[in-house]
Design a protein around this ligand. Structure first.
Ligand code: FNR
Length: 387
């Protein structure tokens, strides 16, 4: 057995000295604990989805409709979870999804997440909407791999500046999120009248940017903060983008590029035609379109359409190691873990994120081995049956 499963032994050994884990090891229980302990506005921002939240429920229900059929007597004494995705070597097929505004969740925000991810060498996808500049997060993550997630602003000079800063700070791959040129209708935030960006949290990549500063009269301080927030609101989303614009990214980003938020096989084909390296099958955790298809339900047809032309990444609804196994079996090369690590951050800072990552990795390793699989590449749909 591999190194990740050792967390199980460590926890049981702690029990001999009456030490128990501070946070649940069943990560589906984190949300209700976070609801009890996190400030209401911050919890609502993380937990909330669009409209009646049917998409978020569908994401979880889709996982429930697949069952693993474990296979026996296959020598699983050695397991190896490592893989390479978008040119990045990773110790396991788990990356940290871009989650903006983490400063509302914990004062250490993105830097704590970067340190926790970095301690395992897992890639963190850093959001354009981070509450810490991409340069500071890069320092916190040290040698660990990092990818930059772009929200393509209206101002092309600002878009170019983001790409140049990310390259200079050592970000290896680019993730363009295509499903969020404006925020979905999110009743939890609406009922709280809470949008962190209007309180100057989540705009730090903009405020620290030389092009952005040039447009609002220099470094952001008391005198121009309101102007900066208004300019952020004016430039944040770019609803005019089309497939033809992707050439700009190819011309101005040297590493691999993946489109995040793809749910239709034809869009995946167009991504391949446009020279993209991957797509992230995702519905943004249900935060954008209420009543949308579950991301896991969209995955098999996309794998069928472009599995040989693009690397497929997946997020939306991943909560446990078994969920990772199911997404990989249906065609994903890696998953992105989202809300669970944000709850870990809210409940326990950097240590909370580390706990969440260790639980996912341990459970993934154990579930694979107990299913008769030693490497992610061996996974295919034959391991699953419809429930
Ligand atoms: C997100 N997500 C997101 N995606 C993105 O491309 N850029 C971003 O800044 C954010 N910000 C963000 C904030 C919060 C609070 C959440 C919960 C999510 C979406 C994220 O990358 C991922 O697609 C979802 O989190 C996946 O759904 P689950 O598995 O977390 O439910």
């Amino acid at each position: 057995m591999g190194a990740f499963g050792a967390y199980q032994n460590e926890i049981y050994q702690g029990g001999l000295e009456e030490v128990r884990p501070e946070l649940p090891t069943d990560l589906t229980r984190l949300e209700s604990l976070a609801e009890q302990r996190m400030p209401g506005e911050a919890f609502g921002y993380v937990a909330g989805s669009a409209g009646s939240e049917a998409t978020a429920r569908a994401n979880r229900a889709a996982f429930e409709r697949w069952r693993i059929v474990p296979r026996m007597l296959r020598d699983v004494s050695t397991t190896d979870l490592s893989t390479t995705v978008l040119g990045t070597a990773m110790p396991a097929p788990v990356a940290l999804a871009p989650i903006g505004v983490l400063g509302i969740v914990h004062p250490d925000g993105e830097s704590a997440v970067a340190r926790a991810a970095g301690s395992f060498g897992l890639p963190m996808v850093v959001s354009t909407a981070a509450s810490t500049s991409l340069e500071e997060i890069a320092v916190a993550g040290g040698d660990a791999p990092r990818w930059f997630q772009l929200y393509w602003p209206k101002d092309p000079d600002l878009a170019l500046s983001f790409l140049q800063r990310a390259a200079a700070a050592g970000y290896q791959a680019l993730v363009l999120t295509v499903d969020t040129y404006t925020m979905g209708w999110r009743p939890r935030d609406l009922d709280n009248a809470f949008l962190p960006f209007l309180r100057a949290v989540g705009n730090q990549n903009y405020f620290s940017d030389p092009v952005f500063q040039g447009l609002v009269g220099g470094p952001i301080g008391e005198d121009n903060r309101l102007a900066a927030i208004l300019h952020w609101a004016a430039t944040f989303g770019n609803p005019s983008l089309t497939w033809d614009d992707l050439g700009f990214l190819r011309d101005n980003w040297r590493g691999p590029i993946a489109l995040k938020g793809i749910l239709h096989p034809d869009d995946a084909r167009r991504a391949a035609d446009a020279g993209m390296d991957g797509v992230i099958v995702s519905n943004h955790g249900g935060r954008q379109v209420d009543g949308a298809v579950a991301a896991l339900d969209a995955l098999p047809a996309i794998a069928e359409a472009v599995g040989d032309r693009l690397e497929l990444l997946f997020d939306s609804g991943v909560r446990t190691g078994a969920d990772v196994v199911k997404a990989l079996a249906l065609g994903a090369r890696t998953v992105l873990l989202g809300r669970p690590y944000a709850y870990g951050l809210g409940l326990g800072g950097e240590a909370g994120v580390r706990h969440v990552l260790r639980c996912v990795l341990a459970e993934l390793e154990l579930t694979l081995a107990l299913s008769g699989v030693t490497r992610p590449a061996e996974l295919g749909p034959e391991l699953l049956v419809a429930a």
